[in-house]
Every structure is written in C-alpha cells, then in structure tokens.
Design a binder for this molecule. Structure first.
Ligand code: ADE
Length: 252
C-alpha cells in the first residue's frame, strides 16, 4: 500500500506514522508514505498558498493552483498507476470500518489535507474522487484525519499485524463492540477477574464474551445491535439472551 499525502505539514504526518506498528510496517516495506508539501508548488514570490474568499466572509481559502500543481507532480511520479484522491473534510461521507476495508484493497491512495476555511472548489472538482470526514466535529486541518484513516487502513493490509495483534475477532466484527479484557493479577485492589475466564472452559468463555459484547453494544450503541439482529448475526441462544435483557429492562 502506497500512501501519498498532500499537506502543508508533511513533518507532522511523517512523525505520526514513524512509530509502533506503522513504523514497523514501513520498515518491512508493506506500506510506504510519501508526504509532499503543497507550499513547494506555489508560484507566489512570498510562498503564499491562501487568499481571501470571493464573496467575503471569515478566514482564508487555499488557492487552487498550488494544490493542482502539487497533484500533477505526484501523478507524474506515480507513472499512470490507478489511484483515488481523497479530500479530508467535515463535508465528506463518514469514515467507517467498511470504508477502511474497501480502501485497503487499493494499491495507491492519495490524500489531500485542507487548512483554513477549505480549498478553492475548482481544485477539488479537478482532482478529488472521494470526500471523507472522520466524524461530526471540526478540526484545524486534515492532518489528524488522514493519520486516523491511514492507521485504520494499514492494519488491514496483510502482514502489518502479527498473529497476536490479528484483527480477526475485534470491535465491529458482526457489528458488535468488543468484550472486556483482563490480565494478571487475578485480584486488583479488591476487583476480581470474572470467574468464567479462569475456568479454562473455552465454550463457556466464548459464550460469556459474546454476551458481554451484546450487553455493551446494547448499552452504548443500540443502533449497531439492531443491525446485527437485522442481518441475523446472533445465534438462537444469543437472541434468547437478548430478549431476556429486554424483559429485565422493562421491569426496571
Ligand atoms: N478537517 C477538519 N475537520 C475534519 C473532520 N472531522 N474530518 C475530516 N477532515 C476534517
């Protein structure tokens, strides 16, 4: 997976990606990062990349030309390789695990980070294929969002996670949140690890974990649990557990 990021702060992206699992994946050559500075492509003698918005209003808008010229240089470097160009913006479609899975199948991904009050719409029309938001809140720029996306995508690239870190059973598997985890000691400040986890009885442990997932999802993200039920991802036994939960709630 080759990531290309057009940004005004390439060091921020490089530093953010250099550590831990992603750093290791880059060393292994499983992913690569090419962060390019949009400012290097301005023809302005003061290296300006923004200007006042037509029609007035607060803030500055990133000019089309440095962005388009930066992209064309990238395009040349990629030698015709097929690629999507993703613009990070609160106006985009919300990033999801499903979207991460889809993007992880691409070979080349180009990201465009905005700053100020956005980018001249014409540059977006000319080069962008997808507009993506990481959630309903406004950040100062696209750098943190692109790092979030690259992290979520990279861990799905084969070989990036080792067996122990493997993402096979995890949050959003079957639309359910993850069950609680415990490690030593058995008692911490008077709090015991749930007995079933010490039993060595694998089937019972699995059943308890699924029930915990259902409980948590119901409490925190009921709409996800509805989806799991709709898609018939709960077993008969789990549906019985769920109905009992509902009955208990009604009594309260
Ligand atoms: N830029 C600013 N806020 C953002 C968000 N929530 N998602 C993606 N890009 C952004």
């Amino acid at each position: 997976m080759n990531f290309h990021v057009m940004t005004l702060f390439p060091e921020m992206i490089e530093q953010g990606m250099a550590t831990s699992i992603l750093g290791r994946a880059m060393e292994k050559g499983l992913i690569s990062l090419n962060a390019v500075n949009i400012r290097d492509y301005t023809l302005d003698k003061h290296r300006r990349v923004d200007d006042y918005p037509y029609g007035g209003g607060a803030g500055m808008v990133m000019s089309a030309d440095p962005v388009v010229r930066c992209y064309r240089a990238l395009q040349e470097k990629m030698q015709g390789a097929k690629h999507r160009v993703i613009y990070l913006t609160p106006q985009g479609a919300t990033f999801t695990q499903t979207m991460a899975e889809e993007l992880a199948r691409e070979e080349e991904l180009v990201f465009l980070c905005g700053h100020y009050e956005g980018i001249d719409e014409r540059a977006l029309e000319m080069i962008v294929t997808d507009q993506v938001s990481i959630g309903d809140y406004v950040l100062t720029g696209g750098e943190l969002p692109v790092m979030v996306m690259m992290d979520a995508i990279s861990r799905l690239v084969p070989g990036v996670l080792n067996n122990q870190e493997s993402s096979e059973f995890e949050t959003f598997h079957d639309h359910l949140l993850e069950y609680p985890q415990y490690t030593r000691p058995e008692v911490y400040e008077g709090r015991r690890v749930p007995e079933v986890l010490l039993s060595g009885h694998h089937a019972r442990i699995e059943e308890w974990r699924r029930q915990q997932s259902i409980l948590r999802t119901k409490r925190v993200r009921p709409e996800l649990l509805e989806k799991a039920i709709e898609e018939k991802l709960l077993s008969k036994k789990e549906m019985k557990f769920y109905r009992e939960l509902l009955e208990e709630n009604e009594k309260e």
